[in-house]
Design a binder for this molecule. Sequence first.
Ligand SMILES: Cc1ncc(COP(=O)(O)O)c(C=O)c1O
Length: 393
Amino acid sequence: MKLAEKMSRIGTESAFEVLVRARALEQLGRSVIHLEIGEPDFPTPPHVVAEGQRALGDGWTKYGPPSGLPDLRASIAAYVSRTRGVTVGAENVCVVPGGKPIMFFAMIALLEAGDEVIYPDPGFPIYESMIRFLGAVPVPVPLVESRGFSFDLDTLADRLSNRTRLVILNSPANPTGGVIPKGDLIRMAEMLLGRDLIVLSDEIYSRIWYETEPSSIASLDGMLAKTIILDGFSKTYAMTGWRLGYGVMPVWLADAIAQLMVNSNSCTASFTQRAGIAALDGPQDAVASMVAEFGRRRDVMVNGLNEIPGFRCQLPAGAFYAFPNVTGTGMRSKDLADLLLNEAGVASLDGAAFGRHGDGYLRFSYANSLPNIQEAMARIRKLSERWAKVQTG
Ligand SMILES: Cc1ncc(COP(=O)(O)O)c(C=O)c1O
């Protein structure tokens, strides 16, 4: 017996693989600073934990409706309406175990073999994995470093075809920290409005931004009817392990995703959803202080990276990743990531793990303490004598 052919087309997330290698080094007694991780290093806010515990005690331990508890769907609809400046109702909301299932379900629901999907490169690796898995055609659009890692809009226009069924946007973005400027979203909406396609707008980092609040393409005239907003609790409320996310979309799509939930998970864990209501409707000060701390770390990390010979790092506008261009080191980014891990005990990710256009970059997460970030920068600086020396002679 062998695996189905489509399994040969499925990809993975290298963050998990690097974590395993880093942990193996730690087992050998080596010190490793983890800058490969994609989850906030903050605890889930205590009032949210308390609500989850209370819900367990109160018997929220059974199946619930496939699309989510009505109260949570209503809270999400109100939250998305006020944060995106749109009007959506509970009927537009699908609650699922994490943000990721929205990608999977939306693609299963919409794509036929041969349909084209546009997505950012470098981008979250699961987009391409799922596109290939479903037999659709991946159409990556490069992100441009000098544009704050947004698309070149002429390239985007060129890549659209009458086979394009889905356009994936991610802002603020993993792995670049880029935020799509509102002006770009307006031009994109003009390009997309007349076409028979859906936009999957991955807004999982929507609350983690520094200078300018990101806009959602869904808020532009006519776009709500053709957009799926993906968001969730993992990053905003440091709830990665609770597995709680959602999509907001037109009802015909929400109904399709509810069917996929019936056929896969039945429902999302009920006590987790109760905690989700507390997260959205309760005090938001934990989010504000987490983002403020991310902001301080971002500045320290980006300054530190820019002092390393051969590194050039843009100031990321959102999320908690720095994405320096490391071509100036003269090394392949993959080899450099390995060197940093093995010789300096600093775990990062090769940008090429996020697509061909990520080659030449590294992703550093600043979901780690300021002292650890400072120590990591010092270690890399010390190690940089090696490549700086090779280059100077
Ligand atoms: C861009 C992006 N979308 C979605 C997700 C998935 O989030 P979740 O853990 O809620 O499934 C991640 C997680 O790393 C992400 O970086």
